[in-house]
Design a protein around this ligand. Structure first.
Ligand code: GRF
Length: 203
């Protein structure tokens, strides 16, 4: 499965996916790292690791559709058949999502359906929840919705700040994203409505 990782920033989840994909039995090959920000630190890291990289700068396009047409062209050029969003900070139109229906995963730093959107760690602390976490899900037109492939929970501690809580969650993101890609790419799970069946429950 020729997979592209789409990033906008530091790319720590990208690193985790690249590391996992080096295993000889991993069912997906990371064929491209693509960023909407030419200066994304993750892009330089991927390049240094010998992975094909590309940037499509959203700022030079008149609108979302023009930007996405260009993304699509790059993805086709690299014969990509699967996408992992990893800190990609642009929303897609239904057209683009339709092109990748059932073939695009995202990682979100909260236990969906709680805390969609931004600033999830701040909001979890403000609410006083005791359990927080992260979610890998298929991408559908609604933001931070879509069939859930894997989740991990972490405790919220009394002295947590958004940074300490975020770091605890991020460590789990790096565990479940490779796991989720492995499950999906190997065909071990299937989507039935809004549910992904066949994933190990303890993930
Ligand atoms: C992660 O917290 C991810 O859950 C969110 O954006 C952040 C990306 O971090 N979607 P990184 O670029 O993978 O380090």
């Amino acid at each position: 499965l020729r997979t592209a990782i789409l990033i906008s920033g530091r790319g720590s989840n990208m690193d985790a996916l690249l590391a996992a994909a080096r295993a000889p039995d991993f069912p997906a090959e990371i064929a491209l790292v693509l960023s909407n920000r030419p200066d994304a630190p993750g892009l330089a890291k991927a390049k240094a690791a010998g992975v094909a990289v590309a940037a499509v700068d959203h700022k030079i396009y008149a609108g979302r559709e023009e930007f996405e047409r260009s993304l699509q062209l790059v993805l086709e050029t690299y014969r990509i058949d699967f996408i992992c969003l990893a800190g990609f900070m642009r929303l897609f139109t239904p057209w683009f999502i339709g092109q990748w229906s059932g073939r695009m995963l995202n990682i979100h730093p909260a236990l969906l359906p709680s805390y969609r959107g931004l600033h999830t760690h701040e909001r979890a602390l403000a609410d006083g929840v005791k359990i927080h976490g992260c979610t890998v899900h298929f991408v559908v037109p609604e933001m931070d919705e879509g069939p859930i492939v894997a989740q991990a929970a972490v405790p919220v501690l009394d002295d947590d700040t958004p940074d300490t809580l975020g770091a605890r969650v991020l460590a789990q993101e790096h565990v479940i994203y490779p796991l989720a890609l492995r499950l999906v790419a190997s065909g071990k799970v299937r989507v039935a409505g809004n549910r992904v069946l066949g994933a190990p429950g303890e993930s």
